[in-house]
Design a protein around this ligand. Structure first.
Ligand SMILES: [Zn+2]
Ligand SMILES: [Zn+2]
Length: 72
């Protein structure tokens, strides 16, 4: 397993600060985390531009394909 590098961690932190630690879909603060709009396996980067702060519920829905983060 490859360890997450510090650039990735810094980008996650910066994204939360930029988004005020609020879900960018519903505005909740419930277990927010940085979601990668374009996943690594599809060539997504760990840069700030590729990270969107989402709450637990919205994050799960995005991954299930029930929501589209691009429409936010
Ligand atoms: Zn949400
Ligand atoms: Zn995600």
């Amino acid at each position: 397993m490859e360890k997450r590098n510090s650039a990735h961690i810094n980008a996650q932190k910066a994204a939360r600060i930029r988004d005020n630690n609020l879900c960018q879909i519903c505005g909740s603060r419930d277990h927010t985390a940085g979601h990668h709009a374009v996943d690594y396996q599809y060539g997504g980067s760990s840069s700030l531009d590729n990270i969107v702060t989402l709450c637990r519920g919205c994050h799960r829905r995005v991954h299930k394909g029930e929501m589209d983060v691009y429409s936010v």
